[in-house]
Write a protein that binds this ligand. Structure first.
Ligand SMILES: CC(=O)N[C@H]1[C@@H](OP(=O)(O)OP(=O)(O)OC[C@H]2O[C@@H](n3ccc(=O)[nH]c3=O)[C@H](O)[C@@H]2O)O[C@H](CO)[C@@H](O)[C@@H]1O[C@H](C)C(=O)N[C@@H](C)C(=O)N[C@H](CCC(=O)O)C(=O)O
Ligand SMILES: Nc1ncnc2c1ncn2[C@@H]1O[C@H](COP(=O)(O)OP(=O)(O)OP(=O)(O)O)[C@@H](O)[C@H]1O
Ligand SMILES: N[C@H](CCC[C@H](N)C(=O)O)C(=O)O
Ligand SMILES: [Mg+2]
Length: 485
C-alpha cells in the first residue's frame, strides 16, 4: 500500500524523508519487521518502542512512525513524527486492512463485569435472527461460527482490524466486541467506527494498572467520548457512574434499568437456578439465565437489539433462546443432588453478585460452599475483599489458587485471609491445590448444597511461573462428582 494512503487518516507533526513509498507490512514490534515494513514505535508499559527503532531499521523498516526522532537518522528511512504513536497505530491499522469497521455494524461493550456475556449474547442474537456476525471476546473470537484463539479481551489494533476484515469478507453485518479499560487507555480501539457502545457497570478492578478508580473510569469513558454522532450509547442507569459515562458523548444517549424509568426496563418476575422469568419493557420472557446481574445483561442486549433496528418480537424470541456463556454461571448437578456452579467471578463485585443470585434462589438457610482464589500479578487490594464477601455469603469457604503467575500461591492466600475475621476463619479452609479444593468441596457437600467455584470460568489452564498447565474447573467438578456418588 502507498505510504500517503496509509497515513491519510493520521495526525502528523512532521515527515522527514520520502512520502511516496510502497509499504509491505505494518508492525509495532521490531521483531516482526521485514523488508519494506512500517515500524510504529509505541511507548509501552514495560519498555518504549522508540528504543527498538534501530533494530527495526536493521531488519529493513523503510518507514518509522514515532513521537520523537531517534538520534541517528538514516537517509533510506522515512520518519513520520506524530503526537501519539498509539493513536496513529489504530488509524494505520484500520487503513491497512481497508477500514473493515465501516463495512459492518460494530458494537463495543465496556464495564468492569458483564462485557463477555453482553457481547457474546449480541453476537448470538444477531445469528439467531439470521444475520452473519462476528465476536471479539475474552473467551474466543469468532468469524461467523469459525473460532480464533485470543489472548486478550481486546486485541491490539492490527489484530482487531485483521479480524474485522475477515468478518467483512465473510459477509458479516454485525460484530460485537469487548472494550477493556486497558484497550481504551492504550488506544487499541483508535480509528474504529462504532455503530454503538454499551456500558455495563463500574466496580473495583485493575487498580494495579490504572492506580486510581478515577483513572479507571476515565479510560472507560474515553470510549464513549470518541463515539460518532451516528452511534448509539446505551448506559446502565442504575450504576452510579452510568450517567457520567455518557456526559461528553456525541452519540445518541439511551438508558436501561432494573429499578427505575429508562428507555429499556427489565424486571425479574421469577428466579430459578436454571432460569429467570423476565419482563422486558413490560413483556414477559422466559430466559435460561440466573441472577440479577444477568437480568442487567439481558436488558442491555434487548436495548442493543432494538437500537440496531431489529424487530421487537424477534428480539424477544431470540432472548428466550439464548444460552449462558461458557464458564458464566454454568451449573453441574451430581447424582446425590449437589449443584456446582462454575463462574468467572474474579472481582469482589462479581463474587457478591453471583452469591446473591444463588441465595435468592435457595434462600438464606440453603448451604453454600465457595471455592475461590485470586490471580497472581494482578490487583492485590481485591484479595481480602473477595475472601470477606465470599465468607459473608457462604457457610464454608475454601481458599485456593487461581492463576498464581509469578507469585507464590501461599502469599496470595495469605492476602485473602487478611480479609477474614476470627469467626469467618473457623469456616474457612486453605487448600492451595485447586483440584484438591474442588474435591474437598464435593466431599463436604450434602444433597441440596450449592458449590460455587469462582474465578476461572471458561479458562482451561492454570498459569504458574509463565507456563500454562491444563486445568479446567468444569472437568474437575464433573470428575469429582462421578467419584463421589
Ligand atoms: C499491561 C498491558 O496491557 N500490556 C499490553 C501492551 O504491552 P506493553 O505496553 O507491555 O508493551 P511493551 O513490552 O512495553 O512494549 C512496548 C512496545 O515496544 C515494542 N517492542 C518491544 C520489545 C522489542 O524487542 N521490540 C519492540 O518493538 C512492543 O511491540 C510494543 O509495541 O501492549 C501489548 C500490545 O497491544 C499487549 O499485548 C500487552 O498486553 C499484555 C500481554 C497483557 O497481559 N495485558 C493485559 C493486562 C490486558 O490487556 N488485559 C485486558 C483486559 C483484562 C480483562 O479482561 O479485564 C485485555 O484487553 O486483554
Ligand atoms: N452485569 C454484570 N454485573 C455484575 N457482575 C456480572 C455481570 N455480568 C457478569 N457478571 C459476573 O462477572 C463475571 C464475568 O462476567 P463476564 O465475563 O461477562 O465479564 P467481563 O466484563 O467480560 O470480564 P473480563 O473483564 O474478565 O473480560 C461473571 O462470571 C459473573 O460472575
Ligand atoms: N482478564 C482478567 C481475568 C482474570 C481472571 C482470573 N482467573 C485471574 O487469572 O486473575 C485479567 O487478566 O485480569
Ligand atoms: Mg471479558
Amino acid at each position: 500500500m502507498q505510504l500517503n494512503k496509509l497515513l491519510s487518516p493520521v495526525e502528523i507533526s512532521e515527515i522527514i524523508g520520502c512520502g511516496d513509498k510502497e509499504i509491505t507490512g505494518v508492525t509495532a514490534d521490531s521483531r516482526q519487521v521485514r523488508d519494506g515494513y512500517m515500524f510504529v514505535a509505541v511507548p509501552g508499559v514495560s519498555v518504549d518502542g522508540h528504543a527498538y527503532i534501530h533494530k527495526a531499521q536493521e531488519s529493513g523498516a523503510s518507514v518509522v512512525v514515532c513521537e520523537r526522532l531517534p538520534e541517528q537518522i538514516s537517509s533510506s528511512v522515512t520518519y513520520v513524527v506524530v503526537p501519539s504513536s498509539a493513536i496513529a497505530l489504530g488509524y494505520i491499522a484500520s487503513e491497512w486492512w481497508g477500514n473493515p469497521s465501516r463495512e459492518l455494524h460494530l458494537v463495543g461493550v465496556t464495564g468492569t463485569n458483564g462485557k463477555t456475556t453482553t457481547a457474546t449474547l449480541i453476537y448470538e442474537m444477531a445469528r439467531l435472527l439470521g444475520y452473519k456476525a462476528g465476536l471479539l471476546s475474552t473467551v474466543c473470537n469468532y468469524v461467523e461460527s469459525t473460532p480464533y484463539h485470543t489472548d486478550h479481551t481486546t486485541p491490539d489494533p492490527l489484530t482487531i482490524n485483521e479480524m474485522l476484515r475477515k468478518m467483512a469478507d465473510a459477509g458479516c453485518d454485525y460484530c460485537a466486541m469487548e472494550v477493556s479499560s486497558h484497550a481504551a487507555h492504550q488506544h487499541r480501539i483508535a480509528g474504529l467506527h462504532f455503530a454503538g457502545g454499551i456500558f455495563t457497570n463500574l466496580t473495583r478492578d485493575h487498580l494495579d494498572y490504572h492506580k486510581t478508580v478515577e483513572a479507571y473510569l476515565n479510560a472507560k469513558k474515553s470510549f464513549f467520548d470518541n463515539l460518532p454522532a451516528t452511534a448509539f450509547a446505551l448506559t446502565n442507569a442504575d450504576d452510579k457512574v452510568g450517567e457520567v459515562m455518557l456526559q461528553n458523548t456525541e452519540a445518541s444517549r439511551h438508558t436501561y434499568s432494573l429499578r427505575s424509568e429508562a428507555d429499556f426496563t427489565g424486571r425479574i418476575v421469577e428466579q430459578r437456578l436454571d432460569g429467570t422469568l423476565l419482563s422486558l419493557n413490560g413483556v414477559e420472557v422466559e430466559t435460561m439465565f440466573t441472577g440479577k446481574f444477568n437480568a442487567y445483561n439481558l436488558t442491555a442486549v434487548y436495548g442493543a437489539g432494538i437500537l440496531l433496528g431489529w424487530e421487537r418480537d424477534s428480539v424477544l424470541r431470540a432472548i428466550s433462546a439464548l444460552v449462558p456463556v461458557a464458564g458464566r454461571f454454568q451449573a453441574f448437578h451430581s447424582p446425590k443432588g449437589v449443584t456446582a456452579i462454575v463462574d468467572y467471578a474474579h472481582t469482589p463485585d462479581a463474587v457478591v453478585n453471583v452469591l446473591q443470585a444463588i441465595r435468592e434462589v435457595i434462600g438464606q438457610n440453603g448451604e453454600v460452599i465457595t471455592v475461590v482464589g485470586a490471580g497472581g500479578n494482578r490487583d492485590k487490594g481485591k484479595r481480602p475483599i473477595m475472601a470477606r464477601e465470599a465468607a459473608a455469603r457462604s457457610q464454608r469457604v475454601i481458599l485456593t489458587s487461581d492463576n498464581p503467575r509469578f507469585e507464590e500461591p501461599e502469599d496470595i492466600l495469605a492476602d485473602m485471609e487478611e480479609g477474614l475475621d476470627d469467626e469467618a476463619r473457623t469456616r474457612t479452609l486453605h487448600i492451595t491445590d485447586r483440584r484438591q479444593a474442588i474435591r474437598t468441596a464435593v466431599a463436604l457437600a450434602r444433597p441440596g448444597t450449592v458449590i460455587l467455584i469462582a474465578g476461572k470460568g471458561h479458562e482451561d489452564y492454570q498459569e504458574v511461573k509463565g507456563v500454562k498447565h491444563h486445568f479446567d474447573d468444569r472437568e474437575e467438578v464433573k470428575s469429582a462428582f462421578s467419584e463421589n456418588n
